[in-house]
Design a protein around this ligand. Structure first.
Ligand code: SF4
Length: 481
């Protein structure tokens, strides 16, 4: 029951707890983790940290998802400071609300409400399957319908996965009609729960089939719901209007020859293209020309660009942000994962808009894209170049540093010079020799293998090459590095 005054967000019980805890802390700031009911009223409070008159620790770990973190402002002014707003934003991302009270706990200023966890509406697998059945809307819309029980079974199974937040590996042979088999549940889920699905494919052909044929068809067939979809490509697939301007004014100085006419052609095409992407060009442009005019995230000035409002990249991203189904390729998906992994952002838009459901079609190509974006790459030449930059035949960064330190006459420089001579230079030489040995051993070993692509498993511990020194060489090299 809510025993708070009608306008109050603080019930009398927790208000008393807060008041007493603040009194016991001599009126200083105290932080509380509070339970909040469905009407947003604080129904319980427990003190979790005490500070001084100006601040108190408010750490995300103090409160559980669904609770509100509340602290008092002894001044009685409940406006949040900049630090309060920053913490409130972090709390909200963790599903926690944020509020400020006065010392008498008579007023509560809610900076951020507790984010509500939406109840999911499960899909009825039979109903989803029926949409693809002989009496369903897909059959009615198709000129020549053929019942495909495997497709309906697949759609029903995927509907169950959506409802239970499941993951599955599904193999569908030729002729199953798998794209409709997953698009129908994805669209039904979006209609019921408003959650977006990303469909990732390997080939442009499949992407074009999905956005050019299947999804427009379903938009007509599923007339009881909105079908919003978008195709999102990597930056370099789109023309950058700003770079096109720059290239046109630089003209001959930027290109070898014959590019001016191509640039003018691109400018004319830019006025009539629907999406400004390479695929919409009637003929492929010259590589060097496209390199100069394609969009690049690092070069884009975004809101400060004079073309921002008509920019093709941002038009595609805006469309994707509104779509229930976003079609992308594996490389874009993995670039998105890499950015999210590095930034810890799993909720907001990154390379792709935020999404919670994922369908990977042509999944057998995903590994290559994952390795390209999430893997690490080391080559003999790359390591040699790195060591060469440090020291090579008396040249490089270390000898330069040595000379600089030797010309100084203070104690710190003398100690640093000792360090370079006794540790860094010998370590560089040792690492260079170890890297050469490591790659010699790998070369020799790979020559005897049938496949040049090797998966290293625990069983590799028993391989003769590992015992012949590959393992210890690798350990030694990593230690030196
Ligand atoms: S917003 Fe960025 S990508 Fe778009 S035209 Fe401007 S610079 Fe190019």
């Amino acid at each position: 029951m809510n025993d708070a005054a009608p306008e109050s967000r603080l019930a009398s019980g927790p208000a008393k707890t807060i008041r007493i805890a603040i009194m016991l802390a001599s009126g200083n700031e105290v932080c509380f983790a509070c339970a909040v009911n469905d009407e947003g009223v604080v129904t319980a409070a427990r003190p979790v940290a005490r500070g001084d008159v100006r601040s108190v620790l408010a750490l995300p770990g103090f409160a559980q998802r669904g609770e509100m973190l509340v602290h008092n402002h002894p001044s009685g002014l409940l406006e949040p400071s900049d630090a309060d707003l920053e913490i409130a934003a972090k709390m909200h991302d963790d599903g926690i609300g944020f509020g400020i009270v006065d010392n008498a706990a008579s007023r509560l200023y809610v900076v951020v409400e507790v984010p509500r966890i939406e109840e999911q509406i499960p899909l009825d697998p039979d109903a989803v399957s029926a949409l693809l059945g002989p009496d369903g809307p897909v059959a009615a819309k198709l000129g020549r319908y053929e019942d495909r029980p495997a497709q309906r079974e697949m759609a029903a199974r995927i509907a169950r996965l959506y409802s239970h937040n499941g993951i599955a590996l599904i193999e569908a042979g030729t002729g199953v009609g798998k794209s409709l088999g997953y698009l129908v549940p994805a669209l039904r889920w979006a209609a019921a729960n408003g959650e977006r699905t990303v469909v990732s494919t390997n080939t442009i052909t499949l992407q074009e089939q999905l956005v050019g044929k299947d999804l427009p068809f379903l938009a007509g067939a599923l007339s009881d719901q909105k079908v919003r979809f978008a195709l999102l490509k990597g930056w370099r697939n789109y023309l950058c209007l700003h770079r096109l301007d720059v290239a046109r004014s630089a003209g001959a100085s930027l290109f070898e020859s014959g590019a001016a006419a191509e640039l003018e052609g691109l400018a004319r095409w830019a006025e009539r293209t629907t999406d400004g992407s390479l695929a919409d060009l009637p003929a492929a442009p010259r590589h060097d020309v496209w390199d100069e005019v394609s969009a690049e995230a690092d070069l884009c000035t975004r809101l400060r660009c004079e073309h921002f409002s008509e920019c093709f990249v941002f038009a595609a991203r805006r469309a994707a942000a509104q779509a229930d189904v976003v079609v992308a390729n594996h490389h874009l998906l993995m670039a998105d994962v890499a950015v999210r992994k590095a930034s810890g952002n799993w909720d907001e838009a990154a390379v792709l808009p935020s999404y919670s459901r994922l369908i990977i079609d042509e999944g057998h190509h995903l590994e290559d894209a994952a390795a390209a974006h999430l893997g690490k790459n080391t080559t003999r030449r790359g390591l040699q170049r790195l060591f060469g930059r440090l020291e090579r035949r008396g040249k490089g960064l270390l000898p330069a540093l040595e000379r600089k330190l030797a010309s100084a006459d203070d104690l710190l420089s003398a100690a640093s010079l000792d360090l370079v001579r006794a540790r860094l230079t010998p370590a560089t030489n040792t690492a260079r020799a170890l890297a050469a040995r490591l790659f010699d051993l790998l070369d020799e070993w790979l020559t005897g293998q049938r496949d040049t692509q090797i998966r290293l498993t625990d069983a590799f511990d028993d391989d003769p090459v590992w015992r012949a020194g590959l393992g210890t060489t690798l350990d030694d090299l990593l230690r030196e590095l």
